[in-house]
Design a protein around this ligand. Structure first.
Ligand code: SER
Length: 569
């Protein structure tokens, strides 16, 4: 069976059972959920509806959700680990419970009108708390209700009791969770049915008193077992990518499976992540994407792919998914450009870095691994992998120490530099920079102290300023803000700078933006009685130099963030 048909079958089945079909949520979870970097499960976008079922858009929902799991990137290359995958799921928010969930799963898997899988291939497991390891935080009820329901499924091959493996939750404070029933086909776990009747709060599980169902089934794995294929890379979702890598490298997949799989998996994930707005960088989500791309490039180089190729793989990914996820097609050019820039940047240093690695591999200290990172852009995890191939281990602690020392040095340096977002230090830019301080203070006066700076970009022509706020500003609010800023300009207030310790600055109530970038000593710019901000400068000496402040545009920048463009006349 092909992926497209299977997705559709699943959604059709649950639609016929009264479920509302909802599109996949983005891979970057909403700002309401800062607990995770990426969407890792279908239930994530619905997390709060288990305890607040009235808020749910429907009591029964089914989805095909894009997911990214980064816990075992290093395992990718075997037959089943994937960074990006799609999860088919059905959900109930205080509507149906265990009986329907289990019986429908069974019907979908075995009924001739649906998947028609031979019942003898299928086993199931349920939660038995006595089998769970002592001391881990789970509930103490064996799920006898599920066991009784499983016993009614005629033809099911085997039922087994399991411990903590059959208890699922996201694992974070406030997450729902519960016992699970899992279906296995030929010994491979394919469907996880979670009964979310509990919530984890203040280190304990509490019963909600409402019924919740969250099921998840990996699409790639399911197609593989349906087609009796050995692994997820044999499915139609990878064929054209693998063919492309064969073309580019002149090598055969059969002889280089691990490298091919890593390239295919990593670049598929990177394509989806970049389409969702992640930029390769050295931090958090961006760092994960960078690692994926760079690891894929190193593997490709070893296969003999010496030219820029990553964007070509992205094209294949878009072709495979564009009918299902139209955003990929819309963002195709952007994604390809981002990938190409990243590849060009990395390829510049890659050969030199690999040569350097050859030189130092016998004595690869953490310090040297850091140098590979700093000078040649080798992520630590990648160097570790190269080292492992040589049976060498790297001292991670030493790497971290070198990393921290480097950070400290660059922080001290950046205090004397201009604040991020400043194009130059010319007179006009300087004025607009001071205006940005007035603007932030004015926005906080008008909209409240929930407003924080989220970014700024200043050229000699205009100021662009992003800040946290949920609603569009009314024209009255905009006028109030403008007036407040202009009042400060007319009042001709001196702009004063004091150097002090970071803690002292915070105590003085100075606003800060990107705290992590500050060193121990900071500059605080004060416009008396109005604004007090930690900042690297530069600024004008007196507000009277600014002229007249005018807001030219107010718009949304991203969820929960507004953007103002302003000029000085
Ligand atoms: N949340 C469960 C999982 O991720 C079932 O959807 O496995």
């Amino acid at each position: 069976m092909k992926s497209k048909e299977l997705r559709q079958k699943f959604l059709d089945f649950f639609e016929a059972k009264g479920h509302k079909i909802i599109p996949s949520a983005p891979l970057i979870p909403s700002e309401l959920d800062p607990s995770v970097l990426f969407t890792t499960a279908g239930m994530q976008q619905f997390k709060r509806f288990y305890s607040e079922p009235k808020e749910a858009p429907a009591m029964r929902i089914a989805t095909c959700q894009q997911c990214v799991r980064t816990g075992d990137i290093e395992e990718v290359g075997d037959e089943s680990h994937l960074t990006f995958f799609e999860m088919l799921g059905n959900f109930s928010f205080n509507n149906y419970g265990k009986k329907e969930a289990i019986e429908w799963a069974w019907e979908f898997l075995t009924d001739q009108n649906w998947l028609g899988i031979d019942k003898k291939r299928i086993d199931a497991t349920y939660f038995d708390h006595e089998k769970a390891k002592k001391g881990i935080s789970i509930i103490e009820d064996t799920d006898l209700e599920s066991l009784a329901i499983l016993k009614t499924l005629s033809g099911l091959n085997k039922i087994e009791a399991q411990g903590e493996d059959n208890f699922w939750s996201l694992g974070t404070e406030g997450s729902p969770g519960g016992p699970t029933v899992e279906f296995y086909i030929d010994g491979v776990e394919v469907w996880n049915l979670v009964f979310n009747e509990w919530i984890f709060k203040e280190s304990h599980w509490h019963s909600f008193g409402v019924k919740g169902v969250d099921t998840g089934m990996g699409l790639e794995r399911l197609i593989a077992v349906l087609n009796m294929e050995k692994n997820v890379y044999d499915t139609d979702l990878f064929q054209s990518i693998i063919k492309k890598i064969e073309e580019l490298s002149g090598k055969k997949y059969q002889d280089n499976q691990q490298a091919f799989r890593i390239i295919a998996d990593h670049l598929r994930a990177a394509t989806f992540l970049i389409a969702d707005g992640v930029e390769p960088s050295n931090k958090e989500r961006g760092y994960i994407v960078r690692r994926l791309i760079r690891r894929a490039i190193v593997k490709a180089k070893k296969l003999g792919i010496e030219n820029i190729f990553v964007a070509e793989i992205a094209d294949e990914v878009v072709e495979i998914y564009k009918d299902i996820y139209s955003e990929l097609e819309n963002k195709r050019d952007n994604v390809k450009q981002t990938l190409q820039n990243e590849e060009e940047k990395f390829r510049k240093t890659l050969s030199l870095g690999l040569k350097e690695f050859e030189k130092i591999k016998q004595d690869l200290t953490g310090q040297k691994a850091f140098r590979l990172y700093e000078t040649y852009g080798f992520p630590l995890e990648m160097t570790e992998e190269l080292a492992k191939e040589q049976n060498v281990q790297i001292d991670k602690e030493e790497f971290k120490k070198a990393f921290k020392e480097h950070q400290k040095k660059s922080r001290t340096a950046s205090v004397g530099m201009f604040k991020g977002g400043l194009a130059d230090s010319g007179e006009e830019t300087k004025k607009l920079h001071t205006a940005a301080h007035l603007l932030l203070a004015a926005l906080r006066q008008v909209l409240g102290n929930g407003v924080f700076q989220k970014g700024s970009n200043i050229t000699s022509e205009r100021l662009r300023f992003d800040f946290s706020h949920n609603e569009k500003l009314t024209s009255e609010q905009l006028k109030q803000v403008e007036d407040l800023v202009n009042e400060q300009i007319q009042a001709a207030i001196p702009v004063e700078m004091t150097e002090m310790g970071l803690n002292e600055a915070k105590k003085s109530g100075a606003m800060g933006v990107f705290e992590s970038k500050y060193g121990d000593k900071v500059k605080v710019y004060t416009i008396d009685g109005f604004s007090n901000e930690i900042c690297g400068g530069p600024h004008v000496e007196n507000t009277k130099d600014l002229g007249y402040f005018k807001i030219v545009k107010e718009e949304s920048s991203s969820a929960g963030v507004r953007r103002i463009k302003a000029i000085l006349k």
